[in-house]
Design a protein around this ligand. Structure first.
Ligand SMILES: C[S@@+](CC[C@H](N)C(=O)[O-])C[C@H]1O[C@@H](n2cnc3c(N)ncnc32)[C@H](O)[C@@H]1O
Length: 211
């Protein structure tokens, strides 16, 4: 699906996405708490694929300035409403893709991304972008579903759903494949954790540093 079709898919999904409850709230809160611990009060942070801004508004108070982007203008509209409703004033939202972010090299102390890398067609470009925009020693913090580790039926279902416009672009990779890609983009692993409450958690939380 070309990028514009993906944006349209996420635009259509935005209000429903905003209204759906978080599946594993305890696991989610562990992720937010861990990510927050890595942010400093002086940090300028950047999040791509921020969706409706749920996580962004929770993390922004831990940083000096927080810029959050998403390919979907509908998602960004909801995220802006959320920040106003929650009186978070150090956050800026913008529409943008992960790979073509218009920020200078070494602009950020931290780059973050949650539940997004599997939805990006050129993942390597997104990871290169994160690396480029980070200051030396800056952190890239992410958590992504490794769909190759889920029930194989999802591999059959996604192409069918895409054919009828009910799914966006989705990539299938394992956590170890993703880790290799992150390392290949120039990051070293600081922490790898599983925050899910269930027995099997296919979403590894990675904290990595620009080497
Ligand atoms: C599953 S939602 C996750 C949203 C949010 N990070 C969260 O955890 O709730 C995926 C988000 O990625 C965005 N997205 C998809 N492809 C993207 C791309 N190439 N660049 C930036 N955002 C993208 C979608 O618009 C959507 O808001």
């Amino acid at each position: 699906m070309p990028t514009s079709n993906n944006a349209r898919f996420w635009d259509r999904a935005a209000r429903k996405y905003a209204a759906s409850p978080i599946g594993d709230m305890e696991g989610y809160e562990r992720t937010v708490a861990h990510a927050r611990r890595y942010l400093k009060a002086t940090d300028v942070a950047f999040e791509f694929g921020c969706g409706t801004g749920t996580t962004a508004v929770k993390l922004a108070p831990a940083a000096a300035r927080y810029i959050a982007t998403d390919i979907s203008s509908e998602m960004i509209a909801i995220a802006r409403e959320r920040a106003v409703a929650e009186s978070i004033t150090n956050i800026e939202f913008a529409v943008g893709t992960a790979d073509v972010a218009p920020y200078p090299d070494a602009s950020f102390d931290a780059v973050l991304s949650f539940n997004v890398l599997h939805l990006i067609e050129d993942r390597a470009a997104a990871l290169r972008g994160a690396h480029r925009m980070l200051k030396p020693g800056g952190l890239f913090i992410s958590k992504t579903p490794a769909l190759a580790e889920m029930n194989f039926l999802i591999r059959l279902a996604v192409p069918v759903m895409r054919a009828v416009g009910q799914a966006p672009y989705v990539a299938f990779f394992s956590n170890s494949e993703l880790e290799r890609e992150i390392v290949a983009a120039g990051f070293e692993i600081v922490e790898r954790a599983s925050h899910g409450s269930g027995k099997k958690d296919v979403r590894t939380f990675f904290v990595t540093r620009k080497a």
